[in-house]
Ligand binder design. Sequence first.
Ligand code: SF4
Length: 167
Amino acid sequence: MALTDLNPLIEKAKELGSLEVGFLSASEVVVAHWVRLKCMFGCPDYGKFRTCPPYTPDAEEMKRILSEYNQVMLIKTTSHDKATEIVAKLMGWLYSQGEFKAFPLGSGRCRLCQECDIENCRSPHMAYPSMEACSIDVFETIRRVGWSREERSPEGDFLHYGAVLLW
Ligand code: SF4
């Protein structure tokens, strides 16, 4: 199934706080092995959160997952937390519309708890991995919808990105 009219989804994303949305075919999402290397070395959160490597799909697995989707929605907003919250809520909305396959990918590590309980997540309905935790090259992927990593919000804030694998 695929929503024939994307406008309600776009409106929902904006209502939830997305500054802009973009759409890509799933085959245009850029997946790279080096992204996981950045998680493994240089990131203090590696292995400490359920939503981070090594618990998330590596590049090969992510390519296989993406091959089962046709379309991906990207959103941009002003914080890691907001990006993950928006895509998690969009998934909930899509589910209510009968789009059961939709899956959210947020930004950064999960920030819902100070210390993660990897075996027994306290908020499984809001704790989703980031794009980068799934080996997605975020900056190259957003470039494909015409966005730039140099862009800032009207207030001068850094921008953060999320994705929803749609159908
Ligand atoms: S909600 Fe808490 S327990 Fe679950 S992944 Fe996030 S930090 Fe870990």
